[in-house]
Design a protein around this ligand. Structure first.
Ligand code: GDP
Length: 313
């Protein structure tokens, strides 16, 4: 079914599906017994017949909303959508993403953010066992801007841009109970080959051996066509079964088609198509802009639901 065939009701319901962080708990009833998932935080909908749902930021209604088939949704563990009709399901999807909200989506607000330390080896990272999320992406993708926007502090991420820290694992403690981790940007055209190899080695070691890492947040610039280096990164994470969320940045940059540029939605779709073979199930993805703050609350809710599930298991 294509969007044009869906009743308009779906769109208007979808436009309301923006969850506010003011409400710290969502009453999402799960009528079925919880299904425990092995290891991975991803689940699939292989048995559900795909029905496209509109997924879009309604602030850009001059563009057709993105469609998302049911089997391309990210369904968190212990979340059942089989009893939901399309409008109820649409209301449970985070705006501008493929992420369904679970009963674990609570306590998402950032009240406090503190720089803790910069480490050059995984074993030097904080040892207090708190869950963490690592932000990684090509240099200039908008990582510092996103980090600042998430914590609502204009200059916090500058800490990890200081000389000597750009190549470190930088830990920021949030609300004294979880970490945001800023990893070195990759793809510096001018970096010497040996240096690139070194960064690769230690970030890969971190991904594979950091037991408190809940999910990597791979940032990809949605204003540009898919880049090989980002596809390689996504592929490596997928093949090594490192839980990953794709964060598409700069979604406010809307190039006019008549000028040959593609819209963020088109670049995102293309990226998804190119990486789908690397993953058993569709990874979560989300559209963001540090200029308009699009996706900020949604990322925090997604982190909260992954974190709260992780803490309980
Ligand atoms: P980093 O190197 O990944 O930390 O990237 P920065 O956060 O320093 O951003 C790189 C450039 O992209 C800067 O000029 C930012 O102003 C710009 N930028 C970052 N995020 C956005 C965004 O969401 N929208 C737009 N239009 N520009 C952005």
């Amino acid at each position: 079914m294509i969007l044009a065939q869906l009743p308009r009701l779906h769109l208007s319901i979808f436009a309301k599906s923006h969850f506010s962080l003011a409400s710290s708990h969502f009453n999402l009833i799960n009528p079925n017994p919880p299904v425990k998932l092995a290891k991975t935080l991803f689940s699939s909908l292989a048995t559900v017949e795909p029905v496209p749902l509109p997924v879009s930021d309604s602030s850009h209604l001059e563009d057709a909303p993105m469609e998302i088939p049911l089997d391309k949704l990210f369904i968190p563990p212990e979340t059942d959508i089989s009893g939901d009709d399309p409008s109820r399901l649409a209301a449970r999807i985070l705006k501008g993403s493929n992420i369904v909200l679970s009963k674990y989506a609570r306590d998402a607000q950032v009240v406090q953010a503190d720089y803790v330390k910069s480490s050059v080896r995984t074993e030097d990272c904080p040892a207090d066992g708190l869950p963490e999320f690592a932000l990684v992406g090509r240099s200039n993708v908008g990582k510092s801007s996103l980090l600042n926007s998430l914590v609502k502090r204009k200059r916090l991420a500058l800490t990890s841009k200081k000389p000597g820290k750009t190549q470190c694992i930088n830990h920021f403690r949030i609300n004294d109970n979880w970490y945001l981790v800023d990893l070195p940007g990759y793809g510096y055209a001018s970096a010497p080959h040996e240096l690139k190899k070194d960064w690769n080695k230690f970030t890969k070691d971190y991904f594979l051996n950091r037991s408190t890492l809940v999910s990597v947040f791979l940032l990809v610039d949605a204003s540009l066509p898919a880049k090989q280096i980002d596809l390689d990164y996504a592929s490596w994470l997928g093949q090594n079964q490192v839980p990953m969320t794709m964060v598409f940045t700069k979604c406010d940059k809307r190039k006019k088609k008549k000028n040959g540029g593609k819209k963020p939605e088109e670049n995102i779709k293309e990226f998804q198509d190119l990486i789908q073979g690397f993953f058993e199930t569709t990874p979560p993805w989300i559209m963001t802009s540090s200029v308009t703050n699009q996706g900020r609350d949604e990322i925090l809710l997604h982190m909260a639901q992954l974190r709260n599930y992780w803490l309980k298991h």
